[in-house]
Write a protein of this length. Sequence first.
Lengths: 215, 215
Amino acid sequence: MVPPVGRTAVRRLPEKQVHDRAALDAVLDAGLVAHVAVHDDGGQPYVVPVGYARDGDSVLIHGSTASRLFRSLAEGAPTCLTVTLLDGLVLARSVFESSMHYRSAMVLGMATTLEGPDQVRGLERVSEHLMPGRWADARQPSRKELAATLVLSLPLVEWSVKVSDGPPDDATDDLALPVWAGILPLHERYGQPTPAPDLRDGLDVPEYVRGWTRR
Amino acid sequence: MVPPVGRTAVRRLPEKQVHDRAALDAVLDAGLVAHVAVHDDGGQPYVVPVGYARDGDSVLIHGSTASRLFRSLAEGAPTCLTVTLLDGLVLARSVFESSMHYRSAMVLGMATTLEGPDQVRGLERVSEHLMPGRWADARQPSRKELAATLVLSLPLVEWSVKVSDGPPDDATDDLALPVWAGILPLHERYGQPTPAPDLRDGLDVPEYVRGWTRR
């Protein structure tokens, strides 16, 4: 249990903050895309979606050595990585109390670059998080591809997690209103795989792909 | 048609950049949650998920007057608002070319605070984007609730849109590999509405809620 401290402490709606590390891991392990920020010399922030994976006590992201975002992160720019899972709409009797069910994890810090065997292992970890079983089946990265790729590790030291769930929280005076209230859940599902137009004959969708599910 | 200029020009994978305003509107109109960044005096960025709506040539967001993010934005902090729709996984023959189908819109700028009738109209716009038909049914905000709410408008002046679609883009040498390749689409769906435990008798799920769909 690592309670968030200082600048990651949730000041708004603190009742939604969750302090245990297992909750952080659960959110990070359930998402596919993180939103990562850096700012330029003029103080303008940029928020970019990236694939990621949790790897023990770190979050790994990978990108091109030609990416400004990744170059900036590799140089030690302070960053924030946020993963949000949207779980539903909360329909309260009042517009004011209407909101969303969500789980959101925020990680602050500075990333370091993984090199050598750690770089390859990091890529495998991200690949296996997003597409479990694929690493052993697909062609693994060449030296040239590795040289064009930055794999960055952001430690899970300064973080916070917020979870919004439960029924609508209407004011007592609103409970008598003739307005339906409740939760409309939101799910993510994989559809039917579509083969590449230039797929070789005789190749079926792999069993490991058929086993992938969302929430 | 407003082509993105300067700092929103996409340098990485520029072939994925889409320059027409209709594409921007389509992404913003399809999403529910944006990731919004500000940074503190020490240069630490923060990325926070927020509900939003496009309103003509602006994006509107709303939050509490007690929120550091919203107060900072209301004071004119430069921000970046990014909306990402994840549409599927791209399974290439190589790990290197494996990626995702997505649509992502980034808006840079400074927000202004909506006041008076504009504030109420802005809240209605956000509510109707997320929950169409709800504004007329639910209890609308009181003066006290309005006083606790900031509604901010970010103009669609400096923006970029990236769209990744199409089949895997494997190197010619990889096409002969015995590896299945294709697209695994990802969909978002609403589930069955769950009534609030303290719902008054005799209220059914409204027709307008039953009509809500995702992608």
